[in-house]
Design a protein around this ligand. Structure first.
Ligand SMILES: Cc1cc2nc3c(=O)[nH]c(=O)nc-3n(C[C@H](O)[C@H](O)[C@H](O)COP(=O)(O)OP(=O)(O)OC[C@H]3O[C@@H](n4cnc5c(N)ncnc54)[C@H](O)[C@@H]3O)c2cc1C
Length: 448
């Protein structure tokens, strides 16, 4: 039996379903997928991160007397050739977004595939309500997992020591430039490995619940990018914190299960990747100019603009800010969540289809367990509450260094300062909030 171990978003050797379940003679591979890469900008930071992670994985596999064959091609070409070379089957970790599902179906017509749930803790198919329908609300979903969430350890995969690498040409390593990309500078924390990040976060986990919304404080784990590309598994994150047996970690553990929940929702409601999960006919505002101003951080609302400029510059955005800018786009500007979702997909270093779609549908009140439509964040109240001294806003707008922070938290107050050049807000917060509520009432056929 000659098995291909297809690493994709599980770039690790610890707790690896592939390395545990393979039988003996293996060819570990990674494909820089031309179908995906051709859609990305040449300065996409994620490609630099993946590239470094793939080289690191190759080294680690070599340390286990294996290796990693690297391809720069379309998966179907790679597998057609591997079939000709006499390979029997492919082992890989499964993904539920539409691109991944279609790609895997195509490959399965070339070589049989064995799929493993390796990027998530749960098999989304095995947790249904008593009536055999899927959960749509987070709290009962989470409670139903008590037996897992209250345990102290979830068994990890162990490496099968019988594995032997198949003779193959493992020497090809394309450069980023050969693949059409430029090497990018990454945020400093991404040079750390996942365990280092968790160790740093461990010292702060007791304050996580209290501080995690203050977006000028470094209070969260910053583990999402490593999780996204599988440099650590969610089981490992769970086990790491559970091993301390401290109640301080429980709130953080619950957050990890939001990621599971959104993966579960995407699995059971695949249409939600592109459409409102709940049937709602909404006539969104199609004014492209409003959307572009939001993307570019030129809305005239300081907290929104600072968050978007920060995203454009770094690929990062704090969770609270994601909620605030998503509410602003879908409620105050009344632009379709799908446009915001696509924009985040292009920019976020930790972009993950299930979490992104689920969170956008939450913010726009169209999805599972969504915010009620009348809950519209007031961006000025949010910045007053979570960035009172304007520390985050000033870190983006250096030219506002000497501005009194309270001007950030009052509609159009900054614009009234003669020494500041800053556009007037493109919407009136109160009027636009009411417009969104009325439009939702209309879509839901509710009484005015
Ligand atoms: C509009 C919007 C879009 C989002 N898009 C993504 C995305 O594409 N990819 C992504 O990983 N997260 C997304 N999130 C969730 C969340 O913002 C990030 O997971 C979090 O900011 C990552 O930082 P952290 O690792 O320090 O999080 P921490 O607060 O330390 O949380 C730990 C981990 O729990 C998980 N988690 C926490 N909150 C959520 C949540 N609301 N939904 C899903 N998982 C969660 C993440 O895996 C995260 O890494 C989105 C949220 C919103 C409101």
């Amino acid at each position: 039996m000659r098995q291909v171990l297809w690493f994709r978003r599980d770039l690790r050797v610890e707790d690896s379903a592939l390395l545990a379940n393979a039988s003996k003679n293996v060819l570990p591979i990674f494909i820089f997928d031309k179908n995906i890469l051709k859609k990305l900008d040449k300065n996409d930071k994620r490609v630099t991160f993946i590239y470094k992670s793939v080289l690191e994985l190759k080294k680690k596999l070599q340390g286990l007397n294996l290796d990693l064959a690297i391809f720069f091609d379309e998966p179907k070409n790679v597998f057609t050739n591997l079939k000709k070379d006499g390979f029997d089957e492919v082992l890989c970790s499964v993904d539920f977004d539409s691109y991944a599902k279609n790609r895997d179906e195509e490959i399965e017509s070339i070589l049989p595939i064995k799929r493993f749930i390796d990027s998530f803790i749960l098999n989304p198919n095995s947790h249904l309500k008593k009536d055999n329908t899927p959960y749509k609300v987070f709290t009962p979903f989470y409670k139903s997992l008590n037996i897992i969430t209250q345990s102290y350890n979830i068994e990890e995969y162990s490496f099968n020591k019988n594995l032997e690498k198949i003779e193959f040409d493992y020497s090809f390593i394309p450069t980023l430039e050969q693949m059409g990309f430029e090497s990018q500078e990454l945020p400093e924390f991404l040079s750390k490995d996942a365990i280092e990040l968790l160790e740093e976060f461990r010292a702060k986990v007791n304050k996580y619940q209290e501080e995690r919304d203050f977006f000028y404080i470094d209070a969260s784990s910053k583990i999402s990018v490593h999780l996204r590309f599988g440099l650590i598994s969610p089981k490992q994150v769970f086990n790491y914190f559970k091993s301390f047996g401290s109640a301080d970690c429980e709130f953080f553990i619950r957050e990890i299960f939001w990621r599971e929940f959104y993966n579960y929702i995407l699995f059971h409601f695949p249409h939600s990747e592109f459409d409102n999960l709940n049937k709602l006919e909404i006539k969104w505002n199609e004014n492209e100019e409003d959307f572009i101003k939001w993307c570019e951080g030129k809305t005239g609302v300081p907290i929104i603009d600072a968050a978007m400029i920060h995203l454009n510059n770094t690929g990062l955005m704090h969770n609270r800010l994601r909620m605030v800018v998503a509410s602003f786009l879908t409620k105050n500007l009344f632009v379709d969540w799908k446009k915001g979702e696509e924009y985040f997909a292009k920019k976020l270093l930790d972009y993950e289809a299930s979490s992104n779609v689920g969170s956008w549908q939450w913010s726009s009140s169209t999805g599972a367990d969504a915010a009620p439509y009348f809950r519209v964040f007031n961006p000025y109240t949010q910045s007053q509450k979570f960035d009172k001294d304007g520390i985050f806003i000033k870190s983006v707008f250096k030219e506002f260094e000497n501005i009194e922070p309270k001007l950030f938290h009052i509609e159009n107050a900054l614009q009234s300062n003669l020494f500041v050049e800053y556009p007037k807000a493109i919407v009136d917060i109160k009027l636009s909030r009411q417009r969104a509520i009325d439009k939702f009432k209309e879509a839901k056929n509710e009484q005015f």
